[in-house]
Design a protein. Sequence first.
Length: 134
Amino acid sequence: MDHFTLDPRLAADTVWVADWALSTVRLMDDSRFPWVVLIPRRAHVHELHELSHGEALVLLQEMQRASRGLQQLFGPDKINIGALGNIVPQLHVHVVARRQDDAAWPGPVWGRAGGIPYSPEGRQAIISSLVTGL
């Protein structure tokens, strides 16, 4: 049986927050945007349709949970959700709290240069907020 392994690019760009029923929840290490990534813990899954029907429903519920949590924690103008996979083929879903005054508005946040990593203190504070609020 194959085991789930996190893609090294996701491991490098994100920080572990929690493990939910299907997904590992990770904070994108870019302090410009409150941004989590949900990665289903399934080996060799690249596309949503490769999940079973039940797993896809769980992922949708987890996307809603992350969206509601980010909405409550950060009061954004918009929640963006995306699963592109053009650079990192492992199935992962971005859930991003957006504000009209953020650095990328109205464009997408992914693929933008100039990310600003969290300070160690800032990273711990937002992780604590996410663990409690999600």
